[in-house]
Design a protein around this ligand. Structure first.
Ligand code: NAD
Length: 350
């Protein structure tokens, strides 16, 4: 199949294929749009069943980054790369060095970072061959704490700020006494729970592993529920922080929350579920807007900026969400479609 005819092509500026016979590297870099700046997006290594599957994934992911960066007010475009292979079996030092060569060949049009199957140590190898690698080391944290290279604290803080702004918009209140159901207490979900607890929110939490649940019950006074129960709780906010496609026909029939605001990527199973949320009077914080704290973190680290500038930038997520909500109301659009429209206005207009 030709790339130009691919269903996910969507006017990508450049799609580059790379094969290094010595290391066995087979990789694709997709650059969706660079009107706002160089295309930043992680490198994913995955045992794709076919090159067609890898191409579809990289095209979709790279387009998503154009929207995310534009709505995060970053002077960055959208791109992504994929390496075809099993990260536990097929990865080698030579392969990561070859990937660095590949990225360097694009001359800065694409900047990579971490994604599934790629660790900071892999990025450090790529950085031996290319200066267009981000996320190789973290120098500061948004709150002045010690940075450990994980962008999750910034993501969690952005989700917290965005959730607070969404509650204020939908319910006209602060977080004190507001009931929040959190699905997934991982790197982001647990930190979000801590922020919410500090503001007086009442927490209901679930996960498929017990470790963090016990901790949340003891330290944050959270009520632990089963993974199936989390959707139908009588709460104000549902915060998906586990996996995607979680807003679907089934979960929508159960939801009682008035706000959906969480970290997970691709929360809507299909775009039409955004309209269903709107029809049911549930305010939806578009996922790629509210979870942009991580990419904002990576940007500030790469630019040698400061913790203070990073924190202020992350706090802008709340203002962006309010702008989306107000415009969506004026135009009668679901918030997911309003966000897409605003992002396109930004990256297509330059
Ligand atoms: P994580 O793997 O640390 O945490 C996910 C948690 O969800 C785990 O504790 C897991 O056990 C739990 N979980 C999985 N399936 C579940 C289920 N069916 N029911 C309940 N819990 C379940 O991941 P993370 O880094 O915290 O990221 C969470 C989400 O946010 C993911 O969708 C991720 O793509 C997205 N995200 C993360 C970042 C980041 O900086 N880490 C940035 C943007 C978006």
């Amino acid at each position: 199949m030709s790339v130009f005819d691919h269903k996910a092509y969507d006017n990508h500026e450049q799609v580059a294929f790379f094969h290094d016979a010595k290391s066995g590297l087979k990789a694709i870099i997709a650059v969706h749009n660079t009107n706002l700046g160089p295309a930043l997006g992680g490198c994913r290594m995955w045992p794709y069943a076919s090159s067609e599957e890898a191409l579809t994934d990289v095209l979709r992911l790279s387009k998503g980054m154009s929207y995310k960066s534009a709505m995060a007010n970053l002077k960055l475009g959208g791109g992504k790369s994929v390496i075809i292979g099993d990260p536990r079996k097929d990865k080698s030092e030579a392969m990561m060095l070859a990937m660095g060569d590949f990225i360097q060949q694009l001359g800065g049009k694409y900047i990579t970072a971490e994604d599934s199957g790629i660790a900071v140590s892999d990025l450090q190898l790529m950085a031996q061959r290319s200066q267009f690698i981000a996320g190789t080391q973290a120098k500061f944290r948004y709150d002045g704490g010690e940075a450990d290279g994980n962008p999750a604290p910034s993501t969690a803080y952005g989700v917290f700020v965005g959730l607070r702004a969404s509650v204020r918009h939908a319910l006209g209140s602060d977080l004190n006494g507001v009931k929040v159901a959190i699905q997934g207490l991982g790197h982001v979900g647990y930190r979000l729970a801590e922020h919410l607890h500090n503001e007086g929110a009442k927490l209901y939490v679930t996960d498929i592993y017990p470790d963090n649940l016990d901790r949340a019950a003891q330290e944050l006074g959270a009520t632990v529920v089963s993974p199936d129960e989390i959707f139908g709780l009588d709460v104000d906010v549902f915060a998906p922080c586990a996996m995607g496609a979680i807003i679907n026909d089934n979960s929508l029939s159960l939801l009682k929350a008035k706000v959906v605001a969480g970290a997970a990527n691709n929360q809507l199973a299909e775009e039409r579920h955004g309209q269903m949320l709107q029809e049911r009077g549930i305010l939806y914080a578009p996922d790629y807007v509210i979870n942009a704290g991580g990419v904002i973190d990576i940007y500030h680290q790469k630019m040698d900026s400061s913790a203070d500038a990073m924190r202020k930038h992350i706090e802008g997520i709340g203002d962006t969400l309010v702008e989306i909500y107000q415009r969506a109301e004026q135009q009668g659009l679901p918030t997911n479609l309003e966000a897409n429209q605003m992002a396109e206005e930004r990256f297509l207009a330059e």
